[in-house]
Design a protein. Structure first.
Length: 268
């Protein structure tokens, strides 16, 4: 590119970023119903997930804490409002939930694409200078493209004594919001639970009744979805034992294998 053209391109990019900041527009609003700018791998008939569309929602965003006014503004959540987003939790050593779920989600997405699926993520970065998307945008992600399922990936931060283990959150039979998706979502929750158990992860000791599946009506990510969806809390980041697993590449690969297995079980 000629020097003059390169200078023009750089200036245009800087102006666009400044405009987004001034307008209060999320820096990471490329949600799953938009076109992923990265080329997809060619799909072949032999691929077990060919033709499937899967949305992965890596919870939070690393830079949310730098944008309190934006992430605290109320947004629709399914008959009520909630803050746009939160900062998420961390391990006691400071490893952020946003980074953990981003790293796991990328491994999950790569594996699902290898299996032939079309995968969309609700955010495409993990940066201190980004925020969002809001929970209402996350909740609607996948609706417009008729996704087969949406998996929202999180980790918990409970200070309860001995709190550890994963749990999967599924929506209730709640008209008019989730009455149409609660049954397949419950089946998805059961499949994800089975996938994580197969990787030797234990169910939560401190919530969800001890069976690893919780039903909640207060989450916009679930309430605004028109496709089968669950939110999985992969473990408790405040548990020293689980933090050691979460902060290791091998541990994150185990979590990813469990999630991929759960998706495959659900899709049959």
């Amino acid at each position: 590119m000629p020097l003059r053209g390169a200078v023009v391109a750089v200036v245009a990019a800087l102006v666009a970023a400044l405009a987004a900041a001034l307008l209060g527009v999320s820096e990471d609003v490329a949600v799953a119903q938009t076109v992923d700018p990265r080329p997809l791998r060619p799909q072949v008939a032999a691929s077990p997930l060919a033709g499937r569309v899967i949305v992965i929602d890596p919870g939070h965003q690393l830079g949310n804490r730098h944008f309190p006014r934006r992430i605290n503004r109320p947004v629709p959540a399914g008959g009520f409002t909630k803050p746009c987003n939160t900062t998420g939790t961390t391990t006691n050593g400071g490893y952020p939930e946003a980074t953990f779920v981003w790293q796991v989600s990328r491994v999950v997405a790569a594996r699902l694409r290898e299996l032939g699926a079309t995968v969309r993520l609700t955010r495409h970065s993990n940066r201190q200078d980004r925020w969002g998307p809001c929970v209402d945008a996350r909740g609607r992600a996948g609706n417009a493209i008729g996704a087969d399922l949406k998996l929202s990936v999180h980790a918990d931060g409970s200070y309860a004594a001995g709190a550890r283990g994963f749990h999967v959150i599924t929506p209730p039979d709640r008209a008019p919001w989730t009455a149409d998706i609660h049954r397949p979502s419950r089946r998805l929750a059961t499949s994800v639970k089975a996938g994580l158990l197969a990787q030797r992860f234990g169910v939560a000791t401190y919530t969800a009744g001890g069976d690893g599946i919780d039903v909640r009506s207060d989450l916009a990510t679930l309430n605004l979805s028109d496709v089968p969806t669950v939110m999985v809390e992969l473990g408790n980041m405040r548990s020293a034992a689980e933090a050691r697993v979460m902060t290791s590449p091998a541990g994150r690969a185990r979590y990813a294998r469990g999630l991929v297995s759960g998706v495959r079980r659900f899709l049959g």
